[in-house]
Design a protein around this ligand. Structure first.
Ligand code: NAD
Length: 693
């Protein structure tokens, strides 16, 4: 065989030292090579990725005790899983923790074990491929040396769960390489690749799989030059720390206030107070972590982490859809098409305007260049996305997604043409935001093939997709649509057809209330900041611009026609704005100016009041309770998940129902009643509050 092929193949096989025998351990294999080097291979039983559970750590501890007695020449730690090194702690063990002392005690055990690793009287080297995250990175930091395989990625994602590292990582990272870089990694949760890790001093060497044996020998026998940065010495000095910490606090405050997301601030405090003394920082990390862990933000974020898993499972299996035909290459259709092509499907994209298709192709190329690392992959994605001016693709597609403007008759006329050409087993899906399927289906010969696959904007960032059923839908088509959504890495929410389904029905009062506040002469920046203060990623005025004011108008009118006074009336001036072509982000101007897809806005001079926040957010909880009572959705957890993954609803609040539960359902119902008395019937608490727990 060609030697080049052999080399490539070798890079696909992990170098795991001498062949391991079964041995006494469940999650590890321990072997010894001809140089007396111990190879400790981590291979968590019954799992495709390595995570650190209590049981795993206890076994690791036993092994370290054995190694202290056996004294091999050196120790190599690596993962036997192709998926990577260690994906982090086992988050299952984080759920429902409420006892700070207990958490501290468990952390203490983890600290003892990693201290034992650090204090082994033999050279220790971690060999890292794939993902090395959270607790996994903390294990690596307790080794003397680190060798990364090209392509490895390192990160501390704890902050995304409202935490900071808890197994000594805060102290070890800030004392190994630039504390500013280490803190940035911990504060943002972003990964760095192997090359960046080398440049930082986080790893000593980067190599390829085929060189691992030699690299390990070099490391154990003192021939590997350690990559040690001098920066920690300087930057961990008291006055420098103080200065840097206050800068970090300012940056953190731009993203989220301390009362909402305490973790970044706790981490900055920890480093500012104890960064000058590694041992003290190690000790102080435990109570700081424990306090965060039992707090509401972390517990809600951990719940959201599992909600995502639950929603993924709703998809129910592998999708058989290979070819998707999208009609309407506008804001949504174009992005749906490019996302499907990115996910490996063949996509034909039709529109009556060549310019719309051209625009969508350009946006697709931009997206691929951002989210797909290699150029060959980007080219393949573009190859899969086929402009289709004649609509030929509709004849061959397994799934047709209609994303033309929100007009009943327009959509129906398109369906009439499609029914003549589509394959009998193909699914016809609409991306409508608000038109009930019972109306859309009236003109169809085969209404059972129609269902809703409702994406959110921007498609590549919002993971939720509502899958909408009606009482005549073909059950297999529905199941297939659920699988399709799972297959393109989105989270499906089954919803019964009704005006606005779940998410838009809940979101519309939020957007419309903001417009009423504008009429009351409240500054748009203050309105946005009210929602942001609550924890929304963007305020309702900016969101309206983002969604498109034409869409807001259409959906607002449609919902008000169906749902009556619970939806505030769309103001006349909005109609005029839309008529003038001020549509928001897509036209460059709406309530705000937009440049290159970015909003141009400053800060509010007037602070929002708690009353404003309640006016904006409580109606969302009210609608969610109503949708549950009406049976439009059936599971309160997935309702919370849908609002978080479909609208960005403050994740640390755990969703609108969880927020109501934490605030007290009675309190929320009373607050709504008080708002109704003050501002009008649209705030009337739903009957569902009486039984909501
Ligand atoms: P858009 O105006 O940006 O795009 C619609 C596209 O359809 C245009 O390119 C237009 O040329 C094309 N079109 C019009 N008539 C056509 C025809 N007969 N044949 C082929 N193409 C035709 O609209 P959009 O924002 O992408 O919305 C499309 C649908 O998606 C609507 O039903 C809307 O309610 C829904 N939706 C929108 C959003 C959002 O945030 N914008 C979110 C979810 C769902």
């Amino acid at each position: 065989m060609d030697s080049k092929i052999l080399t490539v193949m070798k890079d696909h096989v992990l170098e795991l030292g001498p062949a391991p025998s079964s041995g006494p351990y469940r999650h590890f294999k321990l072997t010894r090579d001809e140089d007396g080097i111990a190879w400790l291979l981590f291979d968590r039983e019954g799992s495709s990725a390595n995570t650190l559970s209590t049981e795993v750590l206890e076994e690791f501890s036993q092994i370290l005790i054995a190694l202290e007695n056996e004294r091999p020449t050196g120790l190599v730690i690596r993962s036997a899983k192709r998926s990577g090194f260690i994906a982090g702690a086992d988050i299952n063990e984080f759920r429902g923790l409420s006892d700070t002392a207990l958490v501290e005690q468990q952390l203490g055990r983890g600290h003892d074990i990693l201290n034992r690793l650090e204090n082994l009287k033999l050279p220790t080297v971690a060999v890292i491929h794939g993902f090395c995250l959270g607790g996994g990175l903390e294990v690596v930091l307790a080794c003397n040396m680190r060798i990364a395989i090209d392509g490895a990625r390192f990160g501390f994602p704890e902050v995304l769960l409202g935490l900071h590292p808890g197994f000594g990582g805060t102290a070890r990272a800030t004392h190994l390489f630039s504390p500013v870089e280490a803190m940035t990694m911990m504060l943002t949760g972003k990964n760095v690749d192997a090359r960046k890790a080398k440049a930082l001093g986080l790893v000593d060497a980067v190599t390829q799989e085929r060189h691992v044996r030699n690299a390990v020998k070099d490391a154990i026998f003192g021939r590997l030059k350690r990559n040690r940065s001098k920066l920690p010495v300087v930057m961990n000095l008291g006055p420098v720390r103080g200065l840097l910490a206050s800068r970090m606090r300012k940056e953190a405050a731009k993203k989220a206030p301390q009362e909402n997301y305490p973790a970044p601030y706790a981490l900055i405090d920890l480093w500012e107070k104890h960064g000058g003394n590694r041992a003290q920082m190690l000790a102080a990390e435990m109570p700081s972590f424990a306090k965060l862990m039992v707090g509401q933000a972390a517990q809600n974020l951990i719940r959201v982490f599992f909600l995502r898993d639950e929603m993924k499972k709703l998809a129910g299996g592998r999708s058989t859809i290979k070819h998707v035909h999208v009609i309407g290459a506008g804001a949504m259709g174009g992005d749906i098409a490019s996302w499907c092509a990115h996910q490996g499907l063949r996509v034909t994209l039709a529109d009556m305007q060549p310019a719309a298709i051209a625009g969508a192709m350009k946006r697709a190329a931009d997206l691929f260049s951002k989210i797909t690392r290699n150029r060959v992959g980007q080219r393949d994605e573009l190859d899969r996305l086929i402009p289709d001016m004649t609509g030929e693709g509709a004849k061959h597609a397994d799934l047709i997604i209609e994303a033309v403007p929100e007009k009943l008759q327009l959509k129906q006329s398109i369906y009439a043409g499609l029914e003549k050409v589509m394959k009998p087993e193909a699914i016809l899906a609409t991306n409508t935001s608000s038109i009930p399927l019972e109306e859309l289906r009236t003109s169809l010969q085969r209404p059972e093939r129609l269902l809703g696959i409702h994406f959110f904007n921007p498609v590549s960032r919002l993971q939720l997709v509502e899958v909408i059923s009606h009482d005549q839908v073909d059950r297999e088509a529905l199941a297939s649509a659920m699988k399709f959504v799972g297959g393109i890495d989105r989270l499906p929410l089954p919803v019964k057809s009704s005006p606005g389904f779940l998410v838009n029905r809940a979101l519309m009062p939020y957007l419309m209330e903001a417009l009423l506040m504008l009429d009351e002469k409240v500054d748009k920046l203050t309105i946005d900041e009210a929602a942001e203060k609550f924890g929304m990623p963007m305020g309702p005025i900016e969101l309206a611009d983002q969604v498109g004011l034409d869409i807001c108008l259409a959906v607002g009118d449609e919902l008000r026609a169906k749902l009556g006074d619970s939806i505030p009336a769309t103001p006349e001036w909005l109609r005029e704005k839309v008529a003038k072509g001020e549509l928001g982000r897509k036209s460059g101007r709406g309530f705000y100016e937009w440049k290159d897809g970015r909003v141009q806005k400053g800060h509010a001079h007037v602070q929002p009041t708690p009353d404003m926040i309640d006016r904006l957010v409580l109606p969302m909880s009210n609608v969610c309770v109503a949708c549950l009572r009406e049976g439009i959705v059936d599971n309160p957890d997935t309702v919370d998940g849908a609002m978080i993954f479909g609208t960005g609803y403050a994740p640390f609040r755990g969703g609108p129902l969880n927020y109501a539960r934490e605030r007290g359902p009675e309190n929320v119902a009373n607050a709504l009643a008080a708002l109704a008395a003050k501002y009008g019937e649209r705030f009337k608490p739903d009957a569902g509050w009486a039984t909501f727990r």
